[in-house]
Structures are given as structure tokens and as C-alpha cells.
Design a protein around this ligand. Structure first.
Ligand code: NAP
Length: 277
């Protein structure tokens, strides 16, 4: 029997690397794709898409930097068309919760998938716990102070391990086609509370300092962060973090039949694995 091949885009990133790890552990055939992977795929270089999709029947679609950036719906629609032509039958799309731009990208992918008879499952996720432990906020947490342009808005931070578990189920098991799952952690915490949990896991003080958007942009700009990334972060902090996503959902329970991991447990696990070492 020929084993099916799964293409994992963003395959070296926060969720993609976890999806790869799980599929590989289950004996699945996996192709890891990103700009710096052996299978070089670049969203900005359509010529790289067809070789990456050759022989693939299942696709984990994680777009970077974010589904909400200008042009993402068009790029993702074009890539999904290319995937359908290559013979992909099932797509799991990683998306962001409560983001109009991300939802536009979802609609663009869904229109192409539906027209081509490709199964699509959308994982619409809240903020990842791993932003604190291995993503863009990790160095600041490790240094002892995280300064962000956000007040006491609560967010049900989601463990990327739960995202990957859900993605693998949706990729391998039947019954998830056409579904959109809103995945969140079990409780909403504001950023100061989340940082307190990180400090507890780290075993030393870490402070959270709310700053103005202008001050945040100026600090990042002086660190050399490019304008388009500044625009994306400003959009996420000022427009998306307004409380619309504070309510936890039962999405993880629906897909996995178990509750999601709590931020406190996830950061303790990450600290024990040496995330801030
Ligand atoms: N962070 C959150 O809290 C959060 C919450 C909800 C949804 N999301 C969504 O998650 C997605 C990002 O996924 P992630 O967090 O798993 O990944 P990530 O940790 O942000 O890593 C990005 C991945 O994409 C690759 N990549 C970057 N630019 C690329 C390009 N131009 N072409 C092809 N590949 C590229 C990177 O590898 P190379 O550098 O080798 O290309 C890497 O594998 C975004 O769409 C975001 O909206 C994030």
C-alpha cells in the first residue's frame, strides 16, 4: 500500500514543527516546507509551489507572517488552486481568531477548496502560549521585563501542542471536512497574569509593563524591526486585542475529546524543556 504524503508548510515554525513531529512519530510520510528547509517553499515565489506539492495528498497550511497581511487571501487562494491541481485532497488551515483579515483568507481558501472538491478544516486559534516561551516575546521574558501596548484585556492563551494535536487529527481522521474549530486555552488571562505564570515557571521575577503604541513601535524600530512587522504587531495589539476573543471555547474538547492545556502547565513544561535556558 502506498503511504500518503503530507506537506507541512511553515514546517519549522511553532505549530508546523509540532505537526511534523507527531506525523513522523505515527509513521506518516511528511515533507517539511519553508524558505530554509530542504524543500524550499516561499509564499512570495510561486515557482517554488509546484515542486513542493508534487505527490502530496494532505496539506497543513500555515501562512507567514500572518493571514491578516495584505495579499494573503490572494496568495493562499492561488496556492490552494495549485494544491488541488497537484492532487491534494485534504487541507488543514491554521487561522487566527477574531481577525477580519484572517477570516477573509479563510473564505478565499474555502472558495477554491469547495470548487475543487478538496476537504478543508480551519483551526481558528487564539494567541499561542509559545509567544512567551519560544516566539517573539521569549527574549524579553527571559530578560525580566515584557513591555507591550496592551492593558488588562484577557486572552485564552492556547498551547501550540494542542493546535498540533488537533491538526494531526484533522489531517488523518475522517469527519472534520468543512468544519471550522475555534481553539482556545481553558481560561482567559491578561498579559500581566500570563507573565506572572512565566515568572513562576522561570523561578525569578519578570515584570509586565503596559506601554503606548507609539513607544512600542519606537522601541522595536530602534531594534531594527521592519515597518511591515511593526504594522502587523500594531494591528494585532490595537485592533484584535480588544476583548472580542476573551471567551474560552470548547474547540479543543470537540476535536480531541479532552480539555486544552492551561497556560501555567504549558509554560512549566516549556521551562523544564529549557525554553529560556
Ligand atoms: N502566534 C500566535 O499567537 C498565533 C495565533 C493564531 C494564529 N497564528 C497564525 O500562525 C501562523 C504562523 O504559524 P506558526 O506560528 O506555526 O509559525 P511561526 O512560528 O510564525 O514560523 C513561521 C514559519 O513559516 C516559515 N516562513 C516564514 N516566511 C515564509 C515565507 N515567506 N514563505 C514560506 N514559509 C515562510 C518559517 O520558516 P522559514 O523562515 O524557513 O521560511 C517558519 O517555518 C500565522 O498565519 C499566524 O497568523 C499565530
Amino acid at each position: 500500500m502506498t503511504r500518503e504524503l503530507t506537506l507541512v508548510t511553515g514546517g519549522t515554525g511553532t505549530t508546523g514543527s509540532r505537526v511534523v513531529q507527531r506525523l513522523t512519530a505515527r509513521g506518516e510520510q511528511v515533507r517539511v516546507a519553508s524558505r530554509h528547509s530542504a524543500c524550499a517553499l516561499d509564499w512570495e515565489q510561486p515557482g517554488t509551489w509546484e515542486p513542493a506539492l508534487a505527490g502530496v495528498s494532505r496539506l497543513y497550511l500555515a501562512y507567514a507572517p500572518d493571514l491578516a497581511v495584505p495579499g494573503a487571501p490572494e496568495t493562499l487562494a492561488a496556492f490552494t488552486r495549485c494544491a488541488a491541481t497537484a492532487g491534494v485532497q485534504r487541507v488543514v488551515l491554521l487561522s487566527g481568531r477574531g481577525e477580519p483579515g484572517a477570516q477573509a483568507a479563510e473564505r478565499a481558501v474555502r472558495a477554491v477548496a469547495d470548487a475543487a472538491g478538496v476537504d478543508l478544516t480551519v483551526l481558528r486559534c487564539s494567541w499561542f502560549v509559545q509567544n512567551f516561551t519560544e516566539g517573539q516575546f521569549a527574549p524579553a521574558v527571559q530578560a525580566g521585563e515584557l513591555a507591550l501596548p496592551v492593558g488588562d484585556v484577557a486572552e485564552p492563551f492556547l498551547d501550540a501542542d494542542d493546535v498540533a494535536d488537533a491538526a494531526v487529527v484533522a489531517l488523518l481522521d475522517d469527519g472534520h471536512a468543512g468544519r471550522t474549530y475555534e481553539l482556545t486555552g481553558p481560561r482567559a488571562l491578561d498579559f500581566a497574569e500570563a507573565v506572572r505564570e512565566c515568572a513562576a515557571a522561570l523561578g525569578r521575577p519578570v515584570t509586565f509593563r503596559p506601554v503606548s503604541t507609539a513607544g512600542f513601535r519606537a522601541a522595536l524600530a530602534s531594534d531594527g524591526v521592519p515597518d511591515d512587522v511593526l504594522d502587523l504587531l500594531t494591528h494585532l495589539f490595537t485592533e484584535v486585542l480588544d476583548g472580542r476573543n476573551s471567551r474560552p471555547t470548547d474547540g479543543v474538547q470537540q476535536v480531541l475529546g479532552r480539555p486544552p492545556a492551561d497556560l501555567a502547565d504549558a509554560v512549566r513544561r516549556s521551562a523544564a524543556a529549557g525554553c529560556w535556558a
